[in-house]
Design a binder for this molecule. Structure first.
Ligand SMILES: Cc1cc2nc3c(=O)[nH]c(=O)nc-3n(C[C@H](O)[C@H](O)[C@H](O)COP(=O)(O)OP(=O)(O)OC[C@H]3O[C@@H](n4cnc5c(N)ncnc54)[C@H](O)[C@@H]3O)c2cc1C
Length: 462
């Protein structure tokens, strides 16, 4: 029998499960298929306290909170100096036992009305349908939309995914053992010459240390030798673990993908951020919140699907580059090991295009831009508003931050500099209430996109 559904989600980690929950709450028929062989980076992950705001706003609180414990660990860092620095007692985040957490989320989905298939293998059929193979049966679905949320794993069937950007090749080795009793109740991040180590030592049970190394080092010397070298240089809890064993290895390279197919990529399947951010799960939940608005709008306005899919891909890319800039700054704070390959490859600040433009360089609006109605998120759906589209990338934008894009670009209808534009903004009724800082940030965002170009290079300037 062929079943119809509004959305098939392949992959039931935090991203896929959260999206399924939000869509089911909006009354859509959703099927979630997971192959049941998740390969978690480690047994414990943390969700930082600021994620609470997102959970509350998106309605995901009731899905996530019952299955996560308040993080009881004391957090510290040995970073940029030899001594440990304990983070001041702030609002605690959540501690996730990832395997159990993901399984509990999927069970909660059934109560929310989602059809969960686990374990299930998904294959795309030539006629556009998707066949799900379960241990006891097969089923063919004809979903209106397919979301691929398969994490860092290779996506199914294969989905035509293209790598757009990658950070330095990184391997995460998970080391599990008995912590020193004095280290119990702590989570410590520690820089060593060949990488960094993140150790969780709960009050009871084994400790786990994620050891992040340059992939070249693990290829050249072998994972165990590279791991031992990192641990030998450590001073924190990882160095004191007993009876420890290598549990597994994960490719932890920061990567940004896009799909050439009709599916929507979600969570790590779209973009993996550097684990140093400790925000992969938060990003996955935020992505689900954004994608729920995309799918809900597409069900009501099918013709908008290509633009909505593109809006989501640009949203994922924006977050990826934001995280890349933040982690690069964090790596640059470690100045003890500047000679080693690991730190040299990670401390170069990613300068967005156009950042080098000076205050008095003459600029104009790129003639390629098209002023048109663009899609903007309004609550749970997308609507059209005045904005700008870049035909080269398909990006549609009405605002950068809370500044409207059109009046910003209008400042450069004739050649002008950042300095003259800031002065002129004060006389523009649409901009004058905004702070110069907000306008300057907005202009830098347009420069980074190549939407403002040097007047000397504009067509017809000679
Ligand atoms: C070393 C390391 C440490 C990290 N620590 C943290 C941390 O402390 N805090 C944090 O927030 N983030 C952390 N992260 C990041 C976090 O693990 C991910 O960002 C997050 O799990 C992404 O969620 P997701 O749902 O996109 O993917 P995943 O969690 O990977 O889920 C993917 C799901 O898809 C399923 N699947 C895969 N392939 C298929 C297929 N072909 N068919 C069907 N199903 C499939 C899997 O079974 C799995 O359930 C860390 C990452 C690494 C590498």
């Amino acid at each position: 029998m062929v079943e119809r559904c509004e959305c098939l989600i392949v992959g039931g980690g935090p991203a896929g499960s959260a999206l399924a929950f939000l869509l089911a709450q909006r009354g859509l028929r959703v099927v979630l298929a997971d192959h049941g062989r998740a390969h978690h980076s480690g047994p414990l992950e943390t969700l930082l306290a600021p994620a609470h705001r997102l959970l509350r706003r998106s309605g995901l609180l009731e899905l996530v909170l019952p299955h996560a414990a308040v993080d009881p660990l004391r957090h510290g860092a040995i970073w940029g100096r030899d001594a440990i620095e304990w983070r001041p007692d702030a609002e605690p985040g959540l501690l996730l036992h990832r395997g159990a957490f993901d399984t509990a989320l999927r069970s909660a989905l059934i109560a929310a009305g989602v059809d969960v298939r686990c374990p299930a293998r998904a294959e795309r059929l030539a006629d556009g349908g998707v066949r799900l193979t379960m241990p006891d049966r097969r089923e063919v679905l004809r979903p209106r939309h397919v979301v691929v949320a398969t994490g860092r794993a290779r996506p199914p069937w294969p989905c035509q995914r293209e790598l757009l950007q990658a950070g330095p090749q990184t391997t995460a080795l998970t080391w599990v053992g008995e912590p020193d009793p004095a280290d119990r109740g702590t989570a410590v991040v520690e820089a060593v010459p060949t990488g960094w180590i993140w150790t969780h030592a709960p009050a009871a049970g084994p400790a786990s240390a994620a050891v992040l190394l340059d992939a070249d080092a693990t290829c050249e010397h072998g994972a165990k030798t590279a791991l031992q070298a990192a641990l030998a240089a450590a001073r924190g809890p990882a160095a004191r673990m007993q009876q420890a064993r290598l549990a597994h290895a994960t490719n932890a390279t920061a990567r940004l993908h896009r799909t050439m197919g009709e599916e929507l990529l979600l969570g790590d399947a779209a973009s993996c951020i550097d684990p140093l951010a400790s925000q992969g799960v938060e990003k996955a939940l935020a992505a689900a919140d954004h994608a729920a608005a995309v799918i809900a709008t597409a069900v009501a306005r099918p013709a908008w699907w290509p633009r909505l899919r593109s809006a989501h891909a640009h949203w994922e890319a924006g977050l990826f580059f934001g995280h890349a800039a933040a982690t690069t700054q964090w790596y640059a704070r470690e100045e003890r090991f500047t000679e080693t390959v690991f730190w040299q490859r990670r401390r170069t600040v990613a300068v967005p295009r156009g950042e080098a433009v000076g205050w008095d360089t003459l600029l104009v609006r790129s003639p390629a831009l098209v002023l048109q109605q663009v899609l903007v998120r309004q609550g749970d759906v997308f609507v059209e508003a005045d904005g700008v589209c870049d035909p080269a990338t398909g990006e549609e934008l009405a605002q950068v931050g809370y500044v409207s894009v059109r009046p910003l670009l209008d400042l450069f209808r004739a050649p002008g500099s950042l300095r003259t534009a800031l002065a002129a903004a004060g006389g523009d009724a649409r901009l004058h209430v905004l702070s110069p800082h907000a306008i300057h940030t907005g202009l830098r965002a347009l420069l980074a996109r190549g939407w403002l170009i040097a007047a000397a290079s504009a067509p017809g300037s000679r």
